[in-house]
Each structure stands twice: as C-alpha cells, then as structure tokens.
Write a protein that binds this ligand. Structure first.
Ligand SMILES: Nc1ncnc2c1ncn2[C@@H]1O[C@H](COP(=O)(O)OP(=O)(O)OP(=O)(O)O)[C@@H](O)[C@H]1O
Length: 304
C-alpha cells in the first residue's frame, strides 16, 4: 500500500511543526530521518489518521486517512512515548488491542502477534517488569495484532541495547521484504542506513532530502567540511593548501589552521601528500562541524 502526502502542513498555535511536505511511502522499509523536533512524530500521527493536517492531504492508496475508520484496519502505529499500563501482562495488553479492533478471534490474533516479536515466553509477566526492549516489542505486537499492511514506528530503537536493536531491525526488515509498507523515524543516520532501503529526511518541519542511503550519505559527505589542523608549521602548510581548489578557505588562527574543504574526498587525499611534500608534520586533524545538527543544517540550506 502507498501513503501519499501532498503539500501537508501542520501547526500547533504559532508553531509550524510540518511545513508543506510532499512525499510518497511505498512497500518496503523507509526511514524518516531528522533531528529532534523536526516534525517526525507529527508526520507519523497524521499518516496514522490520529491527527488532522492543517493543510494538504494525507492518503493511503488514494483515500484520506483522517477520521477514516476503514483505513485504520490497514495501519498500525507504534508511538514513541505513549506508555503501556504496567499492571497489564503482555498478553492482556496485546489481547485488548485485538479486542479494540473488533477482531473475530482476538486470542488467536494476540498469540500470533506475540509470536512474531518472540515475546511468548514473557507474555504472562506484567509489563512493568519488562526491559525497555521487551516493552517496545510488546507495543509492536499490539500494533501488528490486526495484521496491517502499513506499520508506522516512532523512534522504535530508542533506549534499546544493541542485541534488542538488532532483533527489532531483523523483524522490520523481514516485514518489509514480505511486502508491507514500513516507515520508522529516527535521528540517527547509521540506524536508518542499516534497516531502510529508502530514506526521507525532514529538518525543521520541511522535507530536506530523499533517496537511498548512498544518496543521502553522499549529500552529507559532499557538503563543505570544516577541519581544524595543528602541524609543525601551520603557516607553510596554509600557503601550500591555498593553491588547491579543494581547500575552499584557509584561516590561520592562534590555535592552528581552519580549513573549509569544499571537496571532502580530494582534500582527504591531498592533505597528507602536501604535508609530506612540504616537510610539515601533522599533529592533529579534527573535524570542527561533524555534529548531526550541522549536517542537517547543510541539507536544509541546500534544499531551500
Ligand atoms: N501538541 C503540541 N503542541 C504544541 N507544539 C507541538 C505539539 N506537538 C509537537 N509540537 C512542536 O512541533 C514541532 C515538531 O514536533 P514533533 O514531535 O513532531 O517532532 P519530532 O521530529 O518527532 O521530534 P521528537 O523526536 O523530539 O519527538 C516541535 O517544535 C514541537 O515542539
């Protein structure tokens, strides 16, 4: 099934959480990547039909999702924050989700969903005794209980240990391979790359980039990089670097050199060669702007 967003905006009072976003999510696994506050949860809730768009349309196979009860049987949402009542057992929680959907045999559906996330051994324990990863899996089971074609997961890997993360990643990949439409949000590129064939990037409520992980990686590594360099002779190194176009700007500071590398690959190749040629020792080469926020900031200025 296909989710389509056409010029979708959503504001809360004066806050514009989602700003004129158009995107199509098809079968397979898609990662919704963006920093905190980018509007990922708002987008997922609108897709799930839990939240109205302030403008634009959100459809599933051409039918609007908002207030459309027929659509809900095809969609499962695993919310980020909404907790599970700790006093319920995993079994009771998933069974109640099956009953809420009005399924003909809720027990069978709950059994099947708990098996999918490998939670049968712990099904009769209370949710408050579960680890973070187990809680997350039981939430996934509740979202899957009506066997939806579309599964939306909000930051599903947050707080999980590496083993739990791998387990959920395998489950998500398997469902994507089986032809379901899976969309999950994350603020970590490496996490998204490991699971998703396709990535949609949102920054400050806007759609900043779209493509497979190679394209997104390339967009992120091709941006200008700022390096801080300390060497045995900064002045000599600066003079030698200035002649090459891959070193866009070279600034000599009291703390060493700051180089804006416009062509990251060429600069990485060039720097040690120039240093050797000039007889300069490199003491330290460190990126000055490697944090994800600056990468995202670059993507948004690029797309505007
Ligand atoms: N109910 C609300 N009332 C007012 N502002 C809201 C509400 N929900 C979200 N916002 C604001 O909308 C923007 C987008 O929030 P949203 O939760 O969709 O982002 P996000 O990318 O999912 O971030 P996070 O991962 O931190 O939840 C933020 O500025 C947030 O403060």
């Amino acid at each position: 099934m296909k989710i389509e967003l056409s010029q979708v905006s959503r504001w809360y009072g004066n806050v514009v959480a989602v700003n004129d976003v158009s995107m199509t999510i098809g079968p397979g696994v898609t990662g919704l990547l963006g920093p905190n506050g980018a509007g990922k949860s708002t987008l997922l809730h609108m897709m799930a039909g839990f939240l109205a768009a302030s403008g634009g349309t959100v459809t599933l196979d051409g039918t609007p999702t908002w207030k459309n009860h027929q659509i809900y049987r095809h969609i499962g949402l695993v919310p980020e924050r909404e907790g599970v009542y700790g006093f319920l057992t995993g079994w009771q929680f998933v069974l109640s989700a099956a009953k809420l959907h009005g399924l003909p045999s809720p027990e069978d559906a709950a059994t099947k969903a708990l098996a999918m996330v490998e939670m049968e051994p712990a099904r009769d324990r209370r949710v408050e005794t579960y680890s973070k990863g187990m809680k997350q899996r039981v939430k996934v089971a509740a979202a899957l209980v009506h066997d939806p074609q579309v599964l939306l997961l909000d930051e599903p890997f947050n707080g999980m240990d590496p083993r739990q993360r791998m387990h959920l990643m395998d489950l998500i990949k398997a469902m994507g391979t089986a032809g379901k439409t899976i969309l999950f949000s994350s603020h970590i590129l490496e996490e998204v790359e490991r699971v998703a064939q396709h990535i949609e990037v949102v920054v400050a409520g806007r759609h900043a980039a779209s493509g497979d992980f190679r394209e997104i990686r390339r967009l992120m590594t091709d941006r200008p990089h700022l390096f801080r360099i300390r060497s045995s002779d900064d002045r000599k190194l600066a003079a030698a670097l200035i002649v090459d176009r891959s070193a866009g700007g070279v600034t000599l500071t009291s703390n060493g050199l700051e180089v804006q590398a416009t062509e990251f690959r060429r600069f990485a190749w060039l720097l040690p060669r120039v240093a050797r040629h000039e007889g300069v020792h490199l003491h330290q080469v460190s990126p000055a702007d490697e944090d994800l926020e600056s990468v995202f900031a670059y993507l948004i200025t690029r797309s505007s």
